[in-house]
Ligand binder design. Structure first.
Ligand code: UDP
Length: 140
């Protein structure tokens, strides 16, 4: 087992409904430790850059609009197998398909407004962490 770091975003649908604590509680209960956290309001450029991999997908424009519709909380999560563990507690992209007990099943509004982002590989985690955090902002 290896201690890893992964990247998480509590999305605008969750900050709007005051669920920052509820989401963090579920992450912590899953064995993840929040080692960096900040509340930001992304610019359009920041959101477009973050989701550049989805640029050609039909939902790209709406996704960017949603992600800048309100504040988000960007976080670095640390723990054993943190990347996979976070993906597990998040649940499927579409909350209708997510397992009971997962964040998206319990809290998400729709396939777009699905409450959390989580890196889907360790390589992406490193890139995404560096996109939002300086090394000295992460305190393990
Ligand atoms: N998304 C969307 N419509 C779709 C698929 C995805 O609006 O049909 C949004 C949703 O917010 C999702 C994000 O785009 O979380 C990134 O999609 P991805 O397939 O990477 O899903 P994730 O890794 O977040 O589960």
């Amino acid at each position: 087992m290896t201690t890893e770091r992964t990247f998480s975003i509590i999305k605008p649908d969750a900050t709007r409904r005051n669920l920052t604590g509820a989401v963090t509680k579920m992450l912590e209960a899953a064995g993840l430790r929040v080692v960096a956290s900040k509340r930001i309001h992304m610019t359009q450029e920041q959101a477009e850059g973050f989701y550049a991999v989805h640029k050609e997908r039909p939902f790209f424009g709406e996704l960017v609009s949603f992600m800048i519709s309100g504040p988000v909380v960007v976080q670095v999560l640390e723990g054993e197998n943190a990347m996979a563990r976070n993906r597990e507690v998040m649940g499927a992209t579409n909350p209708a398909n997510a397992e009971p007990g997962t964040i998206r099943k319990e809290l998400a509004e729709s396939i777009e407004a699905n409450t959390v982002h989580g890196s889907d590989s360790l390589e992406n985690a490193a890139t995404e962490i560096a996109y939002f955090f300086k090394p000295e902002e992460i305190v393990g």
